[in-house]
Design a protein around this ligand. Structure first.
Ligand SMILES: [Zn+2]
Length: 321
């Protein structure tokens, strides 16, 4: 089973997750920008975060055989914080980078005026940079929030097939598919949407323009929920080809619209480092470097080393465009 997780917040996960994802069949991901778990104090916090999404995180993923892409945006929750005003002006320099395959997550949280403005401006950026856009739908009053999101999308003039509307459920899927957008579903362990309900939605609405993700983040979540959904599909009588469509070909078609996906197998590069640091520990990392300690300690420390320039890429061979 080959899997492309089109929405997963790997910055909040461990390398063990990457390893288990690889073993489960995950070969590529899109990590949308999201919140820190606590309020950010200013623009510099976003710069470091976006830099990590185009630098350190793709490097970390590649060490475990996973192709990492990202989406950047000011997320709806933070659009309400005046300290974050100005983030949208930072976005163009990131939207030009090779591994940035979309604008996102944008959309609504509380549906405030500030969220309205940030949403509309970022849809304009998606059009300007010719990129797909990932729209988060609010967890409260989801149907109204989804309806309003689709209205804003329509007003913006962006092609609906370049829009992913995410975190959907049984109440919101129809309006999104009828609008011509991609329908995204985040599968969680206990809340919101699970793999059994997901299979029922696939049975009712079909496999076209449907994306399944694990959304794994700071909270109770499971980066293997894509795999679990594939297994549930097979158990319900879907074919292996159906699973491949939902878990691989659909996200590839959707984010392939960016022209920036890289899906070739990651070549092994056990000695690779990022700004002098390796993420590998123990025999896989340390002994190959001929050092007993340095790598492990420095790999995750916050030391004043030279920071990689925005857009610095993991030292992997680029073979596909
Ligand atoms: Zn998310």
């Amino acid at each position: 089973m080959r899997i492309f997780d089109p929405h997963i917040h790997m910055s909040s996960r461990t390398t063990r997750d990457y390893q288990e994802m690889y073993e489960a069949g995950v070969r590529a991901v899109v990590e949308p920008a999201f919140w820190l778990g606590q309020p950010r104090s200013g623009l510099g916090s976003f710069v470091d975060y976006f830099d990590s999404l185009v630098g350190w995180e793709p490097f970390r993923a590649a060490r475990f055989g996973v192709r990492h892409h990202c989406a950047v945006a000011l997320n709806p929750k933070e659009a309400n914080d005046p300290r974050c005003a100005g983030v949208v002006d930072l976005l163009p320099r990131y939207l030009a980078k090779d591994t940035v395959v979309a604008v996102g997550e944008v959309g609504y949280d509380f549906m405030t005026k500030e969220e309205d403005d940030a949403f509309a401006r970022q849809l304009e950026l998606a059009i300007e940079f010719d990129l797909p856009v990932l729209v988060h739908t609010p967890h409260r009053d989801k149907a109204a929030g989804t309806r309003r999101s689709l209205h804003v999308v329509r007003e913006s003039g962006i092609a609906p097939e370049r829009v992913i509307v995410d975190h959907l459920n049984e109440l919101t899927v129809r309006m999104v598919l009828e609008a011509g957008c991609w329908a995204g579903f985040s599968i969680y362990p206990d809340t919101k949407m699970d793999e059994t309900r997901m299979v029922r939605i696939l049975q009712e609405y079909g496999l076209v323009r449907v994306l399944v993700n694990s959304a794994a983040d700071w909270g109770d979540s499971d980066p293997l929920k894509t795999r679990r959904t594939g297994e549930a599909m097979l158990a319900a009588g879907f074919s292996a080809d159906d699973v491949d469509q939902v878990l691989w070909r659909n996200p590839v078609a959707c984010y392939g619209q960016s022209g920036r996906l890289e899906l070739e197998e990651v070549p092994a590069a056990p000695d690779a480092t990022f700004a002098g640091d390796s993420v590998l520990r123990g025999p896989r990392g340390v002994s190959r470097r001929g050092s007993g300690t340095g790598t492990a300690r420095s790999s995750t420390s916050c030391r004043p080393a030279r920071r990689p320039a925005a857009g610095r890429r993991a030292p992997v061979t680029r073979t596909a465009r």
